[in-house]
Design a protein around this ligand. Structure first.
Ligand code: SF4
Length: 64
């Protein structure tokens, strides 16, 4: 599945990195990095990250 973060919305505070550390991380410059092609086994973690993101910047796009 594909994961997309709208960087116009993201505030880089990193709540997603706590919920889904295999997908999201805050780098040494304080900027969010993330995997955009994610194994489906991580869906629950990504959905948790979507739930905790305070600005609803995270989206899942299922593969066609
Ligand atoms: S939780 Fe949302 S706003 Fe915070 S770093 Fe992650 S994507 Fe950005």
């Amino acid at each position: 599945m594909k994961v997309y973060v709208d960087r116009n919305l993201c505030d880089n505070h990193g709540q997603c990195a706590i919920s889904a550390p295999a997908v999201f991380r805050i780098n040494s410059e304080g900027i969010l990095e993330y995997e955009d092609d994610v194994d489906g086994s991580l869906r629950n973690d990504v959905e948790d990250a979507i739930d905790v993101c305070p600005v609803q910047a995270i989206f899942i796009r299922d593969d066609e």
